[in-house]
Design a protein around this ligand. Structure first.
Ligand SMILES: C[S@@+](CC[C@H](N)C(=O)[O-])C[C@H]1O[C@@H](n2cnc3c(N)ncnc32)[C@H](O)[C@@H]1O
Length: 407
């Protein structure tokens, strides 16, 4: 008996709602004459474009025959073909037209065993990126082919990707390469799209492949249920910055003229053992729940140093004048706590900030500064649990030193 395919899961069949397709269409630059979708589905994205450009040439590929039939019905004969969107030949009539070509897409999202095609397309689209993360994600290979095909035609790419591409640390090298080798024009966070079972938000990137590097980017937020579009930031961004609206809602904080924790040489360390691992060895580590229970912003620790001498090699110890903050969790306290006295090992859910000589006061004042909570809200991420990374914490401006030089 042949196994029935669960199309939704196995082919990533989540069709774009008309509201999103229309929004995407309005966000494209003027003068589009050709549009190609490498995973066309029922053709909703391409169809929306015809609403704006009556004479546009459309072409879509899909591996599912039924989808191709539906797309052809909607778009017209010759506008859809069956094949693998990563390798299918595109009709030569698409090359002949004057005007701009757009490679549009809401590709399937799922994990794959990295194959030769993923490596070949991703290396070509993202030169210099050695990370293997993207090789295990099918949407990254669709995105890569779209970039390559668009660049060949000096065209534009409009691609809907998981929000992790805009904010996730694992995608940082891909973002940096994208910003350097292409001109990212817009990044639009799509909120409560609801059509992807697994994605609370997605990101629409609009990229001009005819020029490089990226200069000014417009960062926006689109709320589907209210059909509301809001520009959050417009301006320059650097290679190591994120592309999501949550981050850029705190733009003034990210562009502040103040040294960062990293620049003044603060040490940020994460505990090594989980609470459960320590308990197995009948030991106690300071966990996020201990920070939660506190009334004030300071903690006195029992002096566990001597008792746990053996574990000092493996554990990160918190000591007087260190600052502690939760790294991840759902119901944790997002305020830094200062160690008033004593010492104890910390769990892997806690980050320790240790001030270098001469910067203790400035760091303390910055962690207590009213800007801190807004800054934290702009850099934290995660769908279920919030996550604070060491790398981002190192980029925290010392708010109390605004306008002052390092030192
Ligand atoms: C998320 S849906 C999006 C469809 C359409 N672009 C839209 O936005 O409504 C992804 C589509 O990719 C198709 N697909 C999955 N793997 C494919 C492949 N290797 N080549 C071409 N199409 C593929 C699925 O059949 C599905 O129709």
């Amino acid at each position: 008996m042949t196994r029935r395919l669960n199309y939704k899961n196995e082919l990533g069949q989540h069709m774009t709602p008309v509201t999103i397709a229309n929004m995407l269409c309005q966000q494209l630059p003027r003068g589009v004459t050709v549009a190609i979708d490498l995973a066309v589905g029922d053709g909703a994205l391409l169809h929306a474009l015809r609403g704006r450009w009556k004479k546009i040439e459309l072409y879509g590929v899909d591996c599912d025959r039924e989808r191709v039939t539906r797309a052809a019905r909607l778009l017209g004969p010759g506008c859809a073909g069956q094949g693998d969107g990563l390798t299918a030949r595109l009709p030569s009539r698409l090359n002949a037209t004057a005007g701009r070509t757009v490679l549009i897409g809401n590709p399937p999202y799922f994990a794959v065993e990295s194959r030769d095609i993923d490596l070949r397309l991703q290396r070509k689209a993202f030169p210099g990126v050695s990370s293997k993360h993207g090789l295990r994600r099918i949407e990254m290979t669709f995105f890569s082919r779209a970039l390559i095909e668009a660049r060949r035609r000096k065209g534009v790419v409009a691609m809907i990707l998981p929000s992790a591409f805009a904010a996730g640390i694992q995608y940082a090298p891909y973002r940096a390469a994208l910003l350097e080798h292409y001109r990212v024009l817009k990044a639009i966070e799509i909120q409560d799209g609801g059509y992807r079972d697994t994605e609370a938000t997605t990101i629409l990137l609009i990229i001009d492949t005819a020029c490089r590097p990226t200069r000014e980017v417009e960062i926006s937020r689109y709320t589907v249920s209210e059909d509301e579009f809001a520009v959050v930031y417009r301006g320059r961004i650097s290679r190591d910055q994120r592309l999501d609206a949550r981050y850029w809602a705190g733009a003034h904080l990210h562009q502040m003229k103040a040294p960062t924790l990293g620049e003044v040489g603060a040490d940020i360390s994460r505990g090594r053992r989980s609470k459960a691992e320590a308990l197995k060895d009948s030991q106690i580590v300071l966990h996020t729940t201990d920070l939660c229970r506190l009334e004030g912003r300071r903690i006195r620790l029992p002096d566990l140093h001597l008792e746990t001498m053996e574990s000092n090699d493996v554990d990160v110890m918190a000591e007087a004048k260190d600052f502690l903050i939760a790294r991840t969790g759902t119901r944790v306290r997002w305020e830094p706590i200062e160690v008033a006295a004593g010492s104890a090992p910390i769990s892997d859910h806690v980050l320790r900030i240790r001030a270098p000589k001469g910067f203790y006061r400035a760091i303390k004042a910055s962690l207590l500064h009213p800007n801190f909570s807004n800054w934290l809200a702009s850099i934290s991420k995660g769908v279920c649990a919030t996550v604070l990374t060491k790398r981002e914490l190192l980029q925290m401006p010392l708010f109390a030193m605004q306008g002052k030089c390092n030192g």
